[in-house]
Ligand binder design. Sequence first.
Ligand code: SF4
Length: 299
Amino acid sequence: MDIEKQKSEMTDTIAKFIKYFGKILPDDIQKKLKELAEQEESPMAKLTYDTMFKNQELARDLDRPSCQDTGVIQFFAKVGTKFPLIDHLEEIFTNAVLKATKEAPLRHNSVQTFDEYNTGTNVGYRTPSINYEIIPNSDEINLDIYMAGGGCTLPGKAMVLMPGEGYEGATKFILDQMTSYGLNACPPLLVGVGIATSVETAAVLSKKALMRPLGSHNPNPKAAMMEEELEKSINAIGLGPQGFSGANSVMGVHIENAARHPSTIGIAVNTGCWSHRRGNIIFHPDLSYEITSHKEVVL
Ligand code: SF4
């Protein structure tokens, strides 16, 4: 296959996948929402979960996005240095967003900063955002694609703490953010936390934490314990589904960490909403692919 045909094939596959997961939530999120719904006692919380499940049914039946806010599309790519289309990825991702926006259709969510106009295509200066990790000696690409909605982006915050503030300070930072802005993000939330040196290193990790499948834990036992404690604490706020109060506030808390400068603790938080639309797709060098986030998908 010549290079143009390969580019077009990969673009089409990604566009179809974006259209698909804009309607159908990933398997882990669907499973968790059902589990959380069963734990609710209050009629309002039960009704809210029922409405979410009805929403999912209608999105599938009517072939429409499951939330009107289809977000800004973000790509997190683990790229093998030997993946054949490595030189063309930005063009492929951008064209896939253009195509999915027209065909799904997706809401237009890209406003050019300073010039303040909506491009009407979901593509703009440095958008879609792309984060690359290079994987040596691999010929595959492992791609997490995410629709970052406005409401669930709103609680995002990063700062640098004095080292003496320790993990207690980090916990306070996260809980302050959840008690003030968690409500805006259509709970139950997936809470991503990044702990590193500076605001940008922590912030990127906090968003990557939202790409991890539910039920996964940080490999460091102390960090995994903090995930568990934070989950209990944020649940104790009792936000419930859509903030109408209830037994739980979160689907999970994921922490990603990096070694830090001894004089700083960079901390960041990012949230995903109940409609956490992300998809994982792995392309092989011949462009055959596996989708790990949605088992029943046929593109
Ligand atoms: S927070 Fe999520 S569910 Fe709520 S409006 Fe935004 S994208 Fe939709």
